[in-house]
Design a protein around this ligand. Structure first.
Ligand code: NZQ
Ligand code: ZN
Length: 386
């Protein structure tokens, strides 16, 4: 196992009724910027519960953070937060709202002379950030308790991330009951995103990290068993609760410590979203099976372990590894998440060319474990998913 330091400062309140805990987290008298998306929080009781918990604070609302949060929108929120001298940001929504709010929290306290776009790609140091809390309404990204955010600038087709310990949410409320209003498509997306977060940190090379491997296999098995139940039986509270916790744990930080990690599927997926507006999880389903096939030789040992322990396959390493990739692809398709560009009426070889250019422009020249995937390799991977 490789050396690591682990610290995750986000306090998690899990379960029904936990939104009320915000009253203990955000001091009375605070000026709170409440950030959210297109309005789903008005239809599932989240907004009303937050309003009750924030009684005695001044609340300034900023609505309209879109999926794949857009820089221009977030800039307006930073300006509002500065003008209103807010001392807390409270995000209510999925990964987009939470990621966008990390940017807002970092932007409010940034020297106004610095271009806010410099935050993205970690091109300006952050010295402080406004404290951030969040109410998660969509299990998928793990953003509610990590320090990463992905921000989009449509005019330049950029979808880029930043990471900073200052934007770890101080607290996260995970009430599975508020996910009941999610459309099926978003539930399926969440299952796939959590699945791929786990494989990115697990399907690489053996690192002798027994606990992390078992945690990854536990998360993957839970998603395989439990994910389809959340779709066929949406009101099943245990299925929903386990999905919320699985998605959280996939990117809480524990799976990847001491391991060799990949993340090339995400790098390629972000370019697919930047180019074609494909939902984040859907961009991953288009990429992962081909990437695993492309790197089969490098990944055989872990793929065989995954195939035996998670899919209960038997046979030689080579046949189990190949079978595990097929099973993964079939699982995504079973969830209604396509793994081929033809499902989007897109020509995979044309997309591949554009992905190669984007990766080169974004200086993503050596991806995956070992840094062996060049933009040419990534284009070949994309072109495989015809
Ligand atoms: O905007 P509202 O009205 O809230 O509607 C949203 C949105 O349209 C809706 N929704 C959310 N909760 C709902 C609900 N609808 C009904 N009932 C509810 N309870 O769902 C739609 C999609 O929301 P979004 O936040 O975009 O989805 P997701 O959570 O999948 O987030 C995707 C974003 O997170 C980034 C992605 O790149 C993408 O920008 N990621 C962030 C990561 C991180 N910070 O660590 C890691 C991930 O790999 C990912 O890159
Ligand atoms: Zn993801």
């Amino acid at each position: 196992m490789h050396a690591f330091t682990f610290h995750n400062p986000t306090r998690i309140h899990f379960g029904p009724g936990q939104i009320a805990r915000i009253a203990e987290e955000i001091p009375a008298g605070s000026r709170v910027l409440l950030t959210y998306g297109g309005g789903s929080i008005h239809h599932n009781g989240v907004h009303a519960q937050i309003a009750a918990a924030l009684a005695g604070r001044t609340v300034i609302e900023f609505a309209g953070i879109e999926p794949n949060p857009e820089f221009e929108t977030l800039k307006r929120a930073v300006e509002l937060g500065r003008a209103e001298r807010v001392d807390w940001v409270l995000a209510a929504g999925g990964g987009s709202v939470i990621d966008g709010s990390k940017f807002i929290a970092a932007g409010i306290t940034l020297d106004p002379a610095i271009d806010l776009w410099q935050i993205v790609g970690n091109r300006t140091p952050l010295h402080t950030a406004t404290p951030l809390g969040c109410v998660l309404t969509l299990p998928a990204t793990g953003s509610e308790s990590n320090n990463a955010a992905v921000i989009t600038r449509r005019e330049t087709q950029d979808k880029l991330s930043f990471k900073n310990a200052l934007v770890f949410p101080r607290f996260a409320v995970l009430d599975p009951s508020v996910t009941q209003t999610l459309p099926t498509r978003q539930v399926a997306n969440g299952i796939v995103d959590a699945f791929v977060h786990t494989t990115e940190q697990y399907l690489t090379v053996p690192s002798g990290a027994a606990i992390q491997d078992r945690l990854a296999e536990g998360i993957l098995s839970t998603l395989i068993e439990n994910g389809p139940v959340t779709l066929t039986d949406p009101a099943n509270p245990d299925a929903r609760a386990n999905l919320v916790w699985a998605a959280n744990q996939a990117l809480f930080g524990l799976v990847g410590i001491g391991q060799v990690v990949d993340w090339a599927t995400h790098a390629i997926g972000h370019e697919l979203t930047a180019l074609h507006g494909i939902d984040h999880a859907r961009s991953l389903a288009l990429t992962l099976p081909s990437l695993l096939r492309y790197r089969l030789k490098d990944k055989t040992a872990k793929l065989a372990q995954y195939g035996r322990r998670v899919w209960r396959l038997s046979g030689s390493d080579a046949s189990v590894a190949a079978g595990a990739i097929d099973a993964t692809e079939a699982f995504f398709e079973h969830l209604g998440v396509p793994t081929r560009f033809s499902a989007y009426q897109l020509d995979a070889s044309e997309v591949a060319k554009a992905v190669r250019e984007q990766l080169t422009r974004h200086n993503r020249l050596k991806l995956g474990e070992g840094g062996v995937l060049t933009p040419d390799d990534c284009a070949r991977i994309v072109a495989m998913a015809v």
